[in-house]
Design a protein around this ligand. Structure first.
Ligand code: WT7
Length: 662
């Protein structure tokens, strides 16, 4: 192998550097779930009925009458009058089909403990916990909040809710107590499933204390179920209205709960995500359309087969985990791997060690992780057999071609296609990406819209841009996995996603994801990033307004502006520009309180990279903060036009401060 010599390695690197398109490896194509390029035309000619192919991956209690009802657009309905149960589709039918002893979930704790749940084990515990939830008082359509780390009880609780028709709302465990309370209040959620703690970099972390603090700010009574993850390592007590998970499950040992027949359009879950305003958006997903869509994309894009061991290294607290750790993979009856901890514990080869030990077939992660692996160096992959891998995927933010190629070469050994999948919390599942068994891959470009999906790049007026020009990404047609509305807020749903490019008078509805993009002459789309006031830190979406309101909540702060600046590993990092109140001095102490304030309001992921004190913020004559200039400063780029500013001098002062690290 030429790679074994230094010269060979350099040659290979140079060759990869120049190559800007890659054909899918023949061995992959041969076995791919989808390998016929005719699928694009087939879906186009037969739209929207093409989506029956997705619905056919599920077992329905009652057949649907109509694939798509667009009579009340943009409140689209999919698979109308059909009924089904998501828990039945993810568990029971695999047990009935003779695969009860196949592993459904394999879990590894950070300290190395392992657990395997076969489909039968999963069936038993989901039934028992569903019975437990009913005992606690949960009824159909009650929203159950989950605030849990990566433990098997999280997907179990989600599936138990799905079984009894109670929508779940999972709040990422890294979010703060305040963030939990905001979401529980917004959803009027009276039930919480949480956990005593979990391990991070080898240390036990108290999670229950955070959950308890959050509950103090919830406006109504809440029944809580607590999973005991840490055992004797960390004692916890249960107050009134709190139940122990294990006891509940034991009390209902051996019980079964009939899966509740849900209408296709009934809510499966809510997921809160950040938007332009400070108030998070409750994205509503439904049972029939969502489950069909994530199953279909899991099959067509992730190429999942029941006999695979599949690993998505995201957190279930985000949509990626909902769609592609839990619902899609389990609906297809595969083995899904879950890992509790960080990729650098006990060392930076943890993930490769796991890929080797579990013989992982498919691996799906985020560009921020890939950039970290790159920085750590390929040596950490040495000595781990990664030959079980067949397909690699990435999601969450744009991936730079260098990181793509590193992933392709060092992790995939040039034998695995890489799918760069563009989608969002709102889209439920993947929208723009190559089909790994069909299309060529172009590093940095996500690819064409999936079959049946119609996406384009347009200018401000809504006209398609020329090839290579930057514009706005739009989606011209509904799709089964789409959000149906924002919880309790139909108006904001229309305002946020459908106002910009639709033409309601002509009943033409265009979905605007608020991303900038470019399109090549061959229809490949390169997503450039958000065009709203949302920043993307390590693939996590954060609203600048949310962070700003946390900062102005700190005593001594008069005004704050938050922008995203480039970060080598995180993609973007939070930059905060702060004006102090009269009588307060800019000090390290205040800076510390600001950082703490952000962590309390949102969580450590939103922690500012830099807090810059300034006597003024750059403002237009009408008083609007010029964020673009603040971004230029954060990125150490040449400053854009300052002539329209009321106070142009301030810009140079701020830039000088940032450069001096003050
Ligand atoms: C935003 C959605 C989809 C699950 C994880 C994030 C960005 C996502 C890509 C990609 C470029 C991407 C977009 C999008 N994004 N995937 N492959 N290439 N950008 O879900 O928190 O709802 O964030 O993430 O900006 O709008 P989310």
């Amino acid at each position: 192998m030429p790679e074994d010599t230094e010269e060979g390695a350099v040659e290979l690197e140079a060759r990869l550097e120049e190559q800007d398109a890659f054909e899918p490896p023949a061995a992959f194509v041969e076995q791919a779930n989808v390998s016929d390029e005719g699928i694009y035309e087939e879906f186009e000619e037969n739209w929207p009925e093409c989506w029956e192919q997705a619905a056919d991956l599920l077992d329905w209690d009652d057949d649907y009458d109509q694939v798509l009802d667009d009579s009340d657009a943009p409140f689209y309905e999919w698979f109308t009058d059909g009924s089904l149960n998501a828990s039945y589709n993810c568990i029971d039918r695999h047990v009935e089909n003779g695969r009860k002893n196949q592993a459904a979930i394999r879990w590894e704790g950070e300290l190395g403990e392992t657990r395997t749940y076969t489909y039968l084990d999963l069936y038993n515990e989901v039934n028992e916990f569903a019975a437990g939830l009913r005992e606690v008082g949960v009824e159909e359509d009650d929203v159950v909040t989950m605030y849990m780390p990566m433990v098997p009880e999280l997907p179990i609780a989600m599936l138990a809710c799905a079984r009894i028709g109670a929508p779940h709302s999972v709040v990422f465990a890294g979010f703060s107590a305040d963030a939990l309370a905001t979401r529980m209040n917004a959803a009027e959620s009276e039930y919480l499933v949480t956990c005593d703690g979990y391990y991070r970099r080898g240390d036990p972390l108290n999670h229950k204390e955070k959950a308890d603090r959050g509950l103090e700010s919830v406006d109504h009574d809440v029944e809580t179920v607590v999973v005991d993850r840490l055992g004797d390592v960390q004692e916890h007590s249960l107050g009134e209205h709190a139940h122990d998970y294990d006891e509940l499950v034991e009390d209902h040992a051996g019980e079964t709960v009939a899966p509740v027949e849900r209408d296709a359009e009934d809510m499966l879950f809510l997921m809160y995500t950040s938007g332009t305003t400070g108030q998070p958006k409750g994205v509503k997903h439904t049972t029939g359309g969502y489950l069909s869509y994530v199953s279909w994309t899991s099959q067509a894009v992730l190429d999942i087969k029941p006999e695979d061991t599949y690993w998505c290294a995201a957190d279930i607290g985000w949509i990626t985990g909902h769609s592609y750790i839990v619902y899609g993979p389990l609906a297809l009856g595969t083995t899904t791997l879950m890992y509790e901890g960080t990729p650098d514990y006990p060392d930076r080869d943890r993930l490769w060690d796991m890929v080797d030990r579990y013989a992982v077939d498919i691996f799906y992660t985020a560009p921020t992780a890939i950039r970290a692996f790159m920085k750590w160096g390929a040596d950490y992959l040495e000595g781990h057999d990664l030959s079980s891998l067949r397909l690699l995927g990435t999601v969450g933010e744009p991936i730079n071609p260098r990181a793509w190629k590193w992933y392709y070469r060092h992790v995939g050994g040039e034998e695995c296609p890489v799918v760069d999948t563009w989608w969002q919390t709102e889209t439920g599942g993947m929208m723009v990406t190559t089909l790994p068994g069909v299309g060529k891959m172009k590093p940095g470009s996500a690819g064409p819209p999936l079959p049946g999906v119609s996406a384009d790049v347009v200018d401000v007026a809504g006209d398609p841009v020329e090839a290579g020009q930057a514009g706005y990404l739009v989606v011209n047609r509904p799709w089964p996995g789409m959000l149906r509305t924002l919880y309790n807020n139909d108006e904001r749903f229309i305002e946020e996603y459908w106002r910009e490019y639709s033409n309601p008078d002509r009943d033409e509805w265009v979905y605007f994801p608020e991303d900038g993009a470019k399109i090549d002459s061959d229809g490949y789309i390169t997503v450039l990033g958000r065009v709203d006031d949302v920043i993307n830190v390590s693939g996590h979406r954060l609203g600048t307004m949310e962070i700003e309101s946390a900062i102005v909540g700190v005593e001594g702060v008069a005004e704050a502006a938050v922008v995203g600046g480039h970060h080598d590993v995180k993609g973007e990092a939070v930059y905060a520009y702060v004006i102090t109140e009269d009588g307060y001095d800019p000090s390290d102490d205040l800076r510390h309180q600001i950082v703490e304030g952000v962590e309390d309001a949102i969580g450590p992921i939103a922690r500012p990279e830099a807090v810059v004190f300034t006597p003024e913020l750059p403002k237009t004559r009408s008083g609007k903060i010029m964020r673009r200039l603040l971004e230029d400063i954060a990125n150490d780029e040449e400053l854009g036009d300052t002539s329209t500013l009321r106070n142009p001098d301030v810009v140079d002062d701020i830039a000088a401060k940032v450069r001096s690290g003050d």
